[in-house]
Design a protein around this ligand. Sequence first.
Ligand SMILES: [Zn+2]
Length: 262
Amino acid sequence: MAPPVAGAPVDPVPPRAERVLTLTVLGCDGSHQAAGGAASGYLVRSWASGTAVWMDAGPGTFANLQRFTDPLELSAVVLSHEHHDHFGDIEDLITAARWVYPFERDPVPVYAAPGVLGHLTQDVEGILAWHEVGDGDGVDVGDLRLAFSRTDHPPVTLATRLEGPSGALGYSADSGPDWSLSALGSGLDLALCEATYTSEHKGPPIHMSGSEAGSNARDAGARRLVITHRWPTADAAEVLAEATDAFRGHVEQAAVGRGYSL
Ligand SMILES: [Zn+2]
């Protein structure tokens, strides 16, 4: 794996053998990127095996991905749904791999919800190995087991459970409140759940408020909660306070470059 770029934020944790699964936030703005920000995207790594998964590729996240890893070292990409704020930067990986980088590896496996491929402007042939996945599907990537659950968000949107030797991470992707993190199974060591707005300033019911995210994670028995996908117009402190209150425990708000280990 390529060394980190000088000046880049410090990696979430040293790759100690006993803490082998890390989550790094590449972007966490809801529905569109804020000024200078990035929409949804995360890097999940299992250090013991060198497995690296780019999970959602919202605008701005390809730039941040390069701060933490060589994109050509990716084990796989997961794209939760066909809304642009979750897949747009996959185009940048294709461009870089086809025209800029010396691309001398097998195509990068992509596991995507239905519909995403049809939005791309470029041919993926030779660059990406595209696999459409759906509710209930599972796939192994290195030493990670990925399992998908359809959420309460149109069009078809897939939450992901990523389970490695040291723990299980559950990512809600986008969802309204009529889907439960418990659909990803029990024993979530960390829930990465969308909390788009406050209860007072709700938008369309295809997203969750801070309060709904907190109670959702609590009901699912998640040990830790990180909230994400906050609209740039939503008050960060209020969304966090709601989530903390409902979760009845410590909650963290995702921020670019922030990392978690489990
Ligand atoms: Zn979104």
